[in-house]
Design a protein around this ligand. Structure first.
Ligand SMILES: [Zn+2]
Length: 123
């Protein structure tokens, strides 16, 4: 069991939330919960390491959407700044399996925006 996988995944998700000004006590607490659950998951299936960062990001997105604001994800989760028209929409992690090589994609167009951990304020 390599905790580095979990640490690196946590850092990647947190970096991206911080890049968008979305790292709050609530989102960080949700992130920590997701990391402990995926740590357990990884203990059962060590080969799953390449999927862990993307899965943790998806866990956090789901928890935020379910508990805090399905109607208005903006302000909680990175939104797409690539599209200049239409309603505000969020980014999500592709592939759905969480990896390998998870990237942020626009929910509406499927456009790849940035690798997980490399999102910027302007992407
Ligand atoms: Zn978009």
């Amino acid at each position: 069991m390599d905790d580095q996988v979990i640490f690196a995944a946590r850092a990647a998700v947190l970096t991206d939330l911080e890049a968008r000004g979305l790292a709050s006590p609530v989102s960080v607490s949700i992130l920590d919960d997701a990391c402990s659950e995926r740590r357990w998951w990884l203990e059962q299936w060590a080969e799953g390491a390449q999927f862990v960062p993307g899965l943790i990001a998806q866990d956090v997105q789901e928890a935020l959407a379910d508990g805090l604001g399905r109607t208005d994800p903006a302000g909680l989760w990175p939104v797409c700044r690539h599209c200049t028209e239409g309603p505000v929409h969020t980014l999500h992690i592709d592939p759905d399996l969480g990896g390998p090589d998870p990237v942020w994609v626009c929910e509406e167009t499927g456009t790849t925006i940035a690798p997980l951990g490399r999102l910027t304020a302007n992407d």
